[in-house]
Write a protein that binds this ligand. Sequence first.
Ligand code: ADP
Length: 266
Amino acid sequence: MNETTPDTVAPATRPARDSALRAQGREATAPLVQICGLEKTYTTARGALTLFKGLDLEIETGEMVAIVGQSGAGKSTLLHILGALDAPTAGTVLCAGTDVAALSLREASAFRNREIGYVWQFHYLLPEFTALENVAMPLLARGVAKREALAVASNWLKEVGLEDRGEHRPGELSGGEQQRIALARALVNHPRLLLADEPTGDLDEITAGRVFELLERLHLSHGLTSILVTHNLDLAARCTRALRLEGGKLAILAATPQTGVPASRL
Ligand code: ADP
């Protein structure tokens, strides 16, 4: 990926990008993520804490976007808002065609189950269940019969290279294996959007590289759109776009126009 400036990475406006796509014989489709004028203020004992003030972002289907930034910049909060786990103070957040701020608690839960795969720095696997059962959990949660859920989960264990660990409990797996299982669990419902918050942050360098490779492979083979929060600039540089969150706004660090994925405007 090239270090570059915003005006060299892509047509800067939607009409310009759309006509560039048409010139390549490709239809312009709506971005999977559209954030416009996002504001987020927490009320704390010490007063108001404003994280975003007028943050805009568009992410096209198929992009793998890294978000870097100092601790406390609001990276996790941004993912939480996209995943309907937190509400914006103002602004529009359209995610997979859904206005996430308008969802009731029940709708938000259904939206997450259907559209969002979430991976955190810590795996949050349920310790009393096997790896296979952990992967099957989101299917069971939406009413899939146990036998079918376990069969689907078993295929996912193969996808992440852990078919021989299905009967292990999380405590009997290495950190890298736990994170592979967490990835399988995140994707078992075939979400369109993968939100990964420091997914390799708790792993040694070699294991982190392997988990990231798996993430890249699954991203491509399942046609995902992925947003990855990371402190690792080397991994960020492998994404189609890397953005830095600073002072409540996003700025382009780098983008890869040659991937065929339009590096859309901020
Ligand atoms: P990052 O992921 O970039 O490290 P976070 O999004 O986790 O940052 O947090 C950004 C800031 O918002 C931090 O200062 C954090 O303490 C604060 N914060 C996060 N969640 C809440 C909350 N529910 N109430 C009040 N402050 C919060």
